[in-house]
Write a protein that binds this ligand. Structure first.
Ligand code: NI
Length: 150
C-alpha cells in the first residue's frame, strides 16, 4: 500500500468525468488499498479516485464505522434533504453549507465484483453524494448555498 498525492482544487483532473470500471482486477484492489491509506492519513471521511488522479468510478467512504468501497456507484433512491457544512480534502481550509439528500440508496460493485447496495442517512448519505459528485467533476463549492470561512 502507498499513500498517494491528493489533488487540490485547480488541478484539471478534478473537473473531468471519470470512466466506469469495466474489469475488476488487482490494480483496482491496489487503488482501493492506496485510497484507504491516503484517506486515513488525511483524516477524511471519503475519497474518490479522481482525487488521487485516477479517472475511474471508484469511491471510498468511512464515517468511523469502517470503510465502504464502491465501484461504479449509482444513486438509486433519495429521501428528504438536509443542509450541513461540508469540506473536501481537495479544498483544504474551506467549508460551506450544502443541501444533500437525508437518506440515499446506492448500488455498485465491491472489490470482488459483487453487486452491493448501501443505504445511508445523515453524514453517510452526505459523504456518498459528495464522493459520487467527484466522479462527474463536481466539487462541493459548486453546490454551496452559504459560504462559511474563506
Ligand atoms: Ni471531496
Amino acid at each position: 500500500m502507498a499513500v498517494r498525492n491528493i489533488r487540490k482544487e485547480g488541478d484539471p483532473v478534478l473537473r473531468k468525468k471519470s470512466r466506469a470500471v469495466e474489469r475488476i482486477d488487482d490494480r483496482i484492489g491496489m487503488l482501493l488499498d492506496d485510497m484507504n491509506e491516503t484517506m486515513k492519513l488525511a483524516e477524511g471521511v471519503g475519497l474518490a479516485a479522481p482525487q488521487v488522479g485516477v479517472l475511474k468510478r471508484v469511491i471510498i467512504v468511512d464515517i468511523g464505522e469502517g470503510p465502504i468501497e464502491l465501484i461504479n456507484p449509482q444513486i438509486m433512491d433519495t429521501e428528504g434533504s438536509k443542509v450541513e457544512e461540508e469540506g473536501c480534502l481537495s479544498i483544504p481550509g474551506k467549508s460551506g453549507k450544502v443541501r444533500r439528500p437525508y437518506r440515499v440508496k446506492v448500488r455498485g460493485l465491491d472489490r470482488t465484483g459483487k453487486d452491493i447496495e448501501v443505504e445511508g442517512e445523515g453524514l453517510l448519505a452526505r459523504a456518498l453524494c459528495h464522493e459520487i459528485d467527484h466522479l462527474d467533476g463536481i466539487l462541493f463549492v459548486d453546490r454551496v448555498i452559504e459560504d462559511e470561512g474563506r
